[in-house]
Ligand binder design. Structure first.
Ligand code: 13P
Length: 238
């Protein structure tokens, strides 16, 4: 399976900035993405500008409604995302869980909506610092994986993002990430077609060592992905 690198812009970039980003990333990539898969998750407003007419990278949404359609002011449905050309959807990002109070039943419903629309979920999970210090990492990951219990199946991307590493400049060590990967592989052993990514303070400087030392299938990148050249370097493009 190809390695997967996902740029999560979070709430950054105007349409004009997205247009420039796509141009620079396209120039950097040349004719093809080679043996890696690249995905960009811009804000909803910049999908059109971020799309690559040549299909060298795919689009992801940063969020989706847990409802199909109807009176849910401000929400965006999975069907709308599919029509807008998305392929992936982030579900369960720690910022959604912690800042917006998204709980397991909501996340399970979101994954179901994503599948119905023919899209692929990137299911994010990871322990807090306190959970780690108190030795509850494995238990927390198991309960977060349990949200997938009723998932109809199909290709799945898991993004292990320890909360303490997100936006802190303190990435997990390759050994920590490898350990989390092993736990997750054990928890997901009944499933096929799963890729496990690492996320949390990945940069062009630490990417190679993290990738090789952890055995991860790629990265979910926040801050460092806002620079198209940096994103390309993290993905190992020449
Ligand atoms: P940073 O790469 O900025 O730490 O963010 C990680 C993240 O949350 C990606 O979804």
């Amino acid at each position: 399976m190809k390695r997967l690198f996902v740029a999560n812009w979070k709430m950054n970039s105007t349409r004009a900035q997205a247009r420039l980003y796509a141009r620079v990333l396209g120039e950097r990539m040349g004719v093809s993405s080679g043996d890696v898969e690249l995905v960009v998750a811009p804000p909803f407003t910049a999908f059109e500008e971020t799309r690559d007419p040549e299909g060298r990278w795919a689009l992801a949404a940063q969020n989706v409604s847990s409802h199909r359609e109807g009176p849910f002011t401000g929400e965006i449905s999975a069907k709308m995302l599919a029509e807008a050309g998305c392929r992936y959807v982030l579900v369960g990002h720690s910022e959604r869980r912690h800042l917006f109070g998204e709980h397991p039943p909501t996340l399970a419903a979101k994954i179901a909506r994503v599948r119905e629309a023919g899209l692929l979920p990137i299911y994010c999970l990871g322990e807090t610092e306190e959970e780690r210090i108190t030795g509850r990492e494995e238990q927390v990951l198991a309960s977060q994986v349990a949200t997938l219990e009723h998932d109809a199946g199909g290709p799945l991307v898991i993004a292990y993002e320890p909360v303490w590493a997100i936006g802190t400049g303190r990435a997990a060590t390759p050994a920590d990430a490898a350990q989390a990967r092993e736990i997750l592989q054990g928890l997901l052993s009944g499933r096929r077609d799963v890729r496990i990514l690492y996320g949390g303070s990945v940069t062009a400087v630490n990417a190679q060592a993290l990738l090789q030392g952890s055995g991860m299938d790629g990265f979910l990148i926040g801050g460092a992905s806002l620079d198209p050249s940096g994103f390309a370097s993290i993905a190992g493009l020449p």
